[in-house]
Design a protein around this ligand. Structure first.
Ligand SMILES: [Zn+2]
Length: 62
């Protein structure tokens, strides 16, 4: 079976692993209620998006 002629240098190993990380999700504050929310997503705290109510959260409960 074929074997590698030389071991990889630490530099080569680190260069490969430079792309192996995950980026944390972006979290923005809702301008309406201040709750943390994902950008370009409907707010889970007040149901608002782009200064208009998309879903009425309180009405659905009662
Ligand atoms: Zn909100």
């Amino acid at each position: 079976m074929a074997l590698p002629k030389r071991r990889h240098s630490y530099s080569r190993t680190r260069k490969r692993r430079a792309h192996d990380f995950l980026t944390p999700p972006q979290v923005a504050k809702c301008p309406e209620c201040g709750e943390p929310k994902m950008p370009h997503r409907l707010c889970g705290g007040c149901g608002m998006y782009k200064n208009r109510t998309v879903i009425h959260l309180e009405e659905e409960i009662s």
